[in-house]
Design a protein around this ligand. Structure first.
Ligand code: 6LW
Length: 495
């Protein structure tokens, strides 16, 4: 049975971890080189998610510098609620960050300063407590520690645990649960690419011994025609009706072969039923059997009338008031460049995840001096942008694909504010097996709103398969030199 191709959290929201507190659900994702980091969501139905904030929203929590490679930074989190407090554990894979815990009484924040666990090594940390209060921290690999979170010290371990199916690579994303009479160890294996899978084992205690499920993997789309691929990295949770579900990551490749995914790894939902105390998972769905309870949704337009930026806006590695402010020109977002464009890790950029296969982003941009505009970013080596250069009175479309840099369009543009447009159109008809996933086009609007298309570009070069790494597209405004003001920015789904 082919599952739904609808994520419950579209766009680059990978490595989901979910926990339930009463009728409320909370979910967090990896955030890599982006600041603020670790988006925190709330839901009442596991389908509609409203972003509450970002757990790591100040430099003392999140060390990202120009030396932090793209797709490094903050890897897979686990979110758990214990003894009246939320616990978030992540791996900061750069600058010796290692395993770090944050706590909060309110998931909307503020979150604590980091509690490092310097002797806990690896990625994909999981937390669980047993009945006597012992805290078990299980890592990709799979190995396990007993830890004291208050002091960040290791009380025992590391000890190896069941590490997945013979010959399967990358046993990771472990999560431990006490369900009924068993302790269950859920893992991802096969790697986060097309071979990704979810497998499980069970045992009498949090440290095993574990026996693998005879039906492993309990969920995978490898080798299938499913529109969602790379499914894995799951976390289990009980639905409002007491049934069991999992959130997990997947991708939606587009185009011909081998397929390119541009939105990053997204979060999907799947039912779990129990047979002989083993889970049977799938198919993916976005319509669980209980009444849906949509929460507040961000409007398509942001006119920057609030002093604080919405939590969905992310920047590359940091965001200081000196370079990014809504105070300087009330009702506008002002970006002061560091003199670095999108090829540089310290570019001044404010963007949001592309969440739809087809969409249009428009912004009223006033390049007071210098240069800047609207960009579609995968990383420093893969981005397309439409840029106004105030000195020359020109608008240009820049293309960066790996070692190649070029300008594909140049056109005069009147001084003062101008509407710039980025449009992404999913490839509906494939020319042949080599067709890319979409077209990314750029335009500038005349004063009467008439758009002039400047360039139409193949979107495959802004995909994870081409760029590599773990992220997906982010669309937003940047200042390469000088000062750029934005009056408003619209994100319009066209799916
Ligand atoms: C994450 C690992 C993975 O730590 O990719 O999906 C890594 N699997 O579990 C980065 O997202």
């Amino acid at each position: 049975m082919t599952g739904a191709a609808t994520p419950v959290l579209a766009g680059m929201y990978p490595d989901p971890s979910v926990c339930r507190v009463g009728e409320d659900y909370y979910l967090v994702c990896s955030s890599f080189e982006y600041f603020p980091g670790v988006p925190v969501f709330h839901s009442r139905d596991l389908v509609h998610w409203t972003q509450l904030g970002n757990a790591l929203d100040r430099p003392s929590q999140l060390l990202l510098t120009a030396d932090t490679p793209s797709s490094a930074g903050i890897y897979a989190p686990t979110l758990r609620h214990h003894d009246g407090k939320f616990h978030l554990i992540v791996t900061s894979v750069s600058h010796g960050g290692g395993t770090v815990v944050f706590t909060a009484t309110d998931p909307a924040g503020p979150w604590s300063d980091p509690i490092p666990l310097p002797d806990v090594h690896g990625i994909d940390p999981d937390l669980v407590w047993d009945d006597d209060g012992t805290c078990w921290c299980t890592m990709a690999g799979v190995h396990q520690y007993r830890v004291d979170l208050a002091t960040g010290t290791v009380l025992g371990g590391p000890q190896p645990l069941w590490s997945g199916t013979d010959r399967a690579k990358a046993p990771e994303a472990p999560h431990l649960y006490r369900i009924g009479r068993f302790w269950y160890l859920l893992i991802a294996e096969g790697g986060t690419e097309r071979g990704h899978a979810v497998s499980i084992a069970r045992g009498p205690a949090p440290d095993g011994p574990f026996e693998p499920c005879p039906a492993n993997p309990v969920l995978t789309h490898r080798g299938t025609g499913e529109p969602v691929q790379n499914t894995g990295h799951a976390d289990l949770v009980q639905g409002p009706d007491g049934s069991w579900w999992m959130v997990l990551l997947g991708v939606r490749p587009g185009g011909g072969t081998p397929g390119w995914h541009v939105l990053g790894r997204e979060t999907f939902l799947a039912p779990v039923r129990w047979v002989d105390d083993w889970p049977v998972a799938g198919p993916l769905t976005a319509t669980p059997p209980w009444p849906l309870r949509p929460g507040p949704v961000e409007p398509d337009r942001d006119d920057f009338d609030d002093s604080a930026l919405r939590p969905s806006w992310i920047s590359v590695r940091d965001r200081s008031e000196e370079h990014c402010t809504t105070e300087e020109r009330p009702g506008w977002l002002t970006l002061h460049a560091r003199g670095a464009g999108l090829d540089d890790p310290s570019v001044v950029f404010v963007g949001r995840r592309q969440q739809h296969r087809s969409c249009r982003v428009r912004a009223l941009v006033d390049v007071e001096r210098g240069s800047g505009g609207l960009a579609v970013r995968l990383d420093e080596e893969h981005h397309y942008e439409v840029e106004v250069e105030a000195g020359s009175g020109e608008v240009r479309v820049h293309v960066r694909i790996g070692p190649l840099r070029t300008v594909v369009a140049v056109q005069p543009v009147p001084a003062g504010p101008v509407v710039l447009v980025v449009r992404v159109d999913e490839a509906r008809e494939l020319r042949d097996a080599r067709s890319g996933p979409d077209t990314v086009s750029f335009a500038v609007e005349a004063a009467d709103g008439t758009p002039t298309t400047l360039a139409e570009l193949d979107g495959r070069y802004l995909s994870t398969e081409v760029a590599g790494g773990f992220t997906g597209r982010v669309i937003g405004a940047y200042a390469a030199t000088g000062t750029v003001h934005l009056d408003w920015i619209d994100y319009e789904p066209l799916d």
